[in-house]
Write a protein that binds this ligand. Structure first.
Ligand code: UD1
Ligand code: CA
Length: 459
C-alpha cells in the first residue's frame, strides 16, 4: 500500500504572509491542494498532513479523508515527520511518500516513476532531484566522483564549493516505512539552522548500509517550490502556461493568452474561444463552440454550448446553450439562464431562473425571481426584492412583456402573456393576458411656463 506524509507546518517567514505558507495561492488555489491532488492521482490512499503554524487554517481547509498531525513548535522538516510516528508505525511495511506542501508543480507521473525506480532498485530511500539553474536556497545533492549518492547539503550549511552543485533536492521522497523510523531516530539538529533536517535521512540510511537512489527528473520545473512572493509568481506563471497549453492541445482556442488565467480543475470544450483578460476558476465547465471574454470572470460556472459571454462575471451559476450575454453582465450565485436567453449591457441576475428565450437587453436587475420563457424585459426593469429586512421573490409568467422602467415590488406575480405599461410600479399580482398600468396619469398645463416663469429672467 502507498501512503503519504505532506509537510505543511512551516510559517513561511520569507513569504511574509499571515497564513501558513502552503495556503498561499497559485492560480487562486492553495499550494497544498495541488500536492494533495497529485498524491491522490498517483494512487496514494492514506494521507497525513503535518500542520503547525496556524494549524487550524490548514485543518479547516482539508477534506475529512485527510489525517493530520500537529508539529508544535516547528523545528525542521525531520522534526515535522517525527510528529507522524503513529501514522508511520501503522505503515511500517509500506512505502511512504513524503513531500513538501510548498511544491505545487510535482505531478502524479513523476511520483509514480520515482516509486517504480524505488522498487526496481530495492531502495530504502529514493529522492527526486533535478538539475536547476538557480541554486539559491536549495538542498544540494552531493555525490562522489563515481556519481554515487553521499548526502544532501542544505544551502545554508554548504561550502562555497558545494554551493556550485546544481542538482537540487525536490523535497519529495519514497521511504520504506521501517527505514524511515530508523532514520528519524538518528536525525540530530547539528547544523547551521539548528533544525532537524529530513534530508539527513539519506546519509543516515547510506551509513546503515541501505540502498539509496535519486530519481532525476528531466523537467526541472516539477521540483520548484515557493519560499517567497517572487517564487510564488514564478510558479503562477509556469502553472498558467501549463494549463493554457494543455487546453489548447485539447482543442480550446486561445488566440492571445494575455491575461488568460484558467484554474487547473476547469474543463472547456472543443473550439471554444477564450479571449484576453479572462479568468476562469473553480469547478467551471464550459461546453463547445463558445466565445468567453474578453474581460470575463467565471467561478464555478456551468456553461453550455454556443454561448457568448462578453465582459461578464458569472458566479456559481448555470448558463445553458445558445445564451448570449454582455457586455457588462453580472450573474450572481444560484442563477440559471436557460437556453437562448439574451441579456445585454448592465444587467444583473441574482438567485433567479430566467426561462428559455427570455430577453433583458439593458440596465435591469433580476433578483430572487422565477422568470418564465420568452419574457421581454424593457430597459431599466428592477425587481425590488428587498424590503430592508427580508428578501422576496417575483414570479413572471411565460411570454410576459415588462415595459421599460418598471419596478416589481416583491412578492408579486406577473401572469402569462401579461403586459406592463412602461414606468409602472407593480405592487399587486397581474392575471394572465392582462395589461397593468401603475403610474400617475399625465397632466398638461397649457402656458404654464409663461405664467409661472420658473427661470431667472435675463436682464
Ligand atoms: C527543503 C529541503 C531542501 C529542498 C527544498 C525543496 C530540508 C531540510 N530541506 O528546503 O533540501 O531542496 O525543500 O523545496 O528538508 N515544514 C514543516 N515544519 C518545519 C519546517 C518546514 O512542516 O518545521 C514544511 C514547510 O511548511 C514546507 C516544507 O516543510 O512545506 C519545506 O520547508 P521549507 O522551509 O520550505 O524547506 P526548504 O528550505 O525549501
Ligand atoms: Ca521550500
Amino acid at each position: 500500500m502507498k501512503c503519504a506524509i505532506i509537510l505543511a507546518g512551516g510559517k513561511g517567514t520569507r513569504m511574509k504572509a499571515d497564513c501558513p505558507k502552503v495556503m498561499c495561492n497559485v492560480i487562486f488555489k492553495p499550494m497544498i491542494d495541488y500536492v494533495i491532488d497529485a498524491v491522490k492521482e498517483a494512487g496514494v490512499k492514506d494521507i497525513c498532513v503535518i500542520t503547525g503554524y496556524k494549524h487550524e487554517v490548514v485543518e479547516e481547509h482539508l477534506s475529512p479523508d485527510i489525517k493530520t498531525a500537529l508539529q508544535e513548535p516547528q523545528l525542521g522538516t525531520g522534526h515535522a515527520v517525527m510528529q507522524a510516528r503513529d501514522f508511520i508505525n501503522s505503515h511500517k511495511d509500506d512505502k511512504i511518500l513524503i513531500l513538501n506542501g510548498d511544491g505545487p508543480l510535482m505531478d502524479a507521473e513523476t511520483i509514480n516513476k520515482a516509486y517504480d525506480y524505488h522498487e526496481e532498485n530495492n531502495n530504502s530511500i529514493t529522492l527526486i532531484s533535478a538539475i536547476v539553474e538557480d541554486t539559491e536556497g536549495i538542498g544540494h545533492i552531493k555525490r562522489d566522483e563515481n556519481g554515487t549518492l553521499l548526502r544532501i547539503v542544505e544551502h545554508k550549511d554548504a561550502t562555497e564549493e558545494e554551493k556550485k552543485i546544481n542538482e537540487s533536492n525536490a523535497g519529495c521522497y519514497w521511504f520504506n516505512g521501517a527505514d524511515l523510523l530508523y532514520a528519524l531516530d538518528n536525525i540530530t539538529n547539528e547544523n547551521a539552522q539548528n533544525e532537524y533536517y529530513l534530508t539527513d535521512s539519506l546519509e543516515i540510511l547510506i551509513n546503515a548500509g541501505k540502498n539509496a537512489g535519486a530519481y532525476v527528473v528531466e523537467n526541472s520545473e516539477v521540483v520548484l517550490g515557493a519560499n517567497d512572493r517572487k517564487q510564488l509568481n514564478d510558479l503562477n506563471n509556469i502553472m498558467r502556461r501549463n494549463i493554457n497549453t494543455k487546453l489548447m492541445l485539447e482543442g480550446v482556442d486561445i488566440p492571445c493568452t494575455d491575461g488568460v488565467i484558467i484554474g487547473k480543475d476547469v474543463r472547456i470544450g472543443n473550439s471554444t474561444v477564450i479571449l484576453p483578460n479572462t479568468i476562469i476558476l473553480g469547478d467551471t465547465v464550459i461546453g463547445d463552440s463558445c466565445t468567453i471574454g474578453p474581460n470575463s470572470y467565471l467561478d464555478n460556472a456551468t456553461v453550455g454550448n454556443n454561448v457568448i459571454l462578453d465582459n461578464c462575471k458569472i458566479l456559481d451559476s448555470t448558463v445553458e446553450n445558445d445564451v448570449d450575454a454582455g457586455p457588462f453582465v453580472k450573474v450572481r450565485a444560484n442563477s440559471v439562464l436557460k437556453k437562448g436567453v439574451h441579456i445585454g449591457n448592465f444587467v444583473e441576475v441574482k438567485n433567479s431562473v430566467v426561462g428559455e428565450g427570455s430577453k433583458s437587453a439593458h440596465l435591469t436587475y433580476i433578483g430572487d425571481s422565477d422568470v418564465g420563457s420568452d419574457v421581454n424585459f424593457g430597459c431599466g426593469t428592477v425587481t425590488c426584492n428587498y424590503d430592508g429586512k427580508n428578501k422576496w421573490r417575483c414570479k413572471i409568467g411565460d411570454g410576459a412583456f415588462i415595459g421599460c422602467n418598471t419596478n416589481l415590488i416583491a412578492p408579486v406575480e406577473v401572469g402569462e402573456k401579461a403586459y406592463i405599461a412602461a414606468g409602472s410600479t407593480i405592487t399587486d399580482s397581474i392575471p394572465d393576458k392582462a395589461l397593468s398600468i401603475a403610474r400617475a396619469r399625465q397632466v398638461i398645463k397649457e402656458g404654464w411656463v409663461d405664467i409661472k416663469k420658473p427661470y431667472k429672467e435675463k436682464k
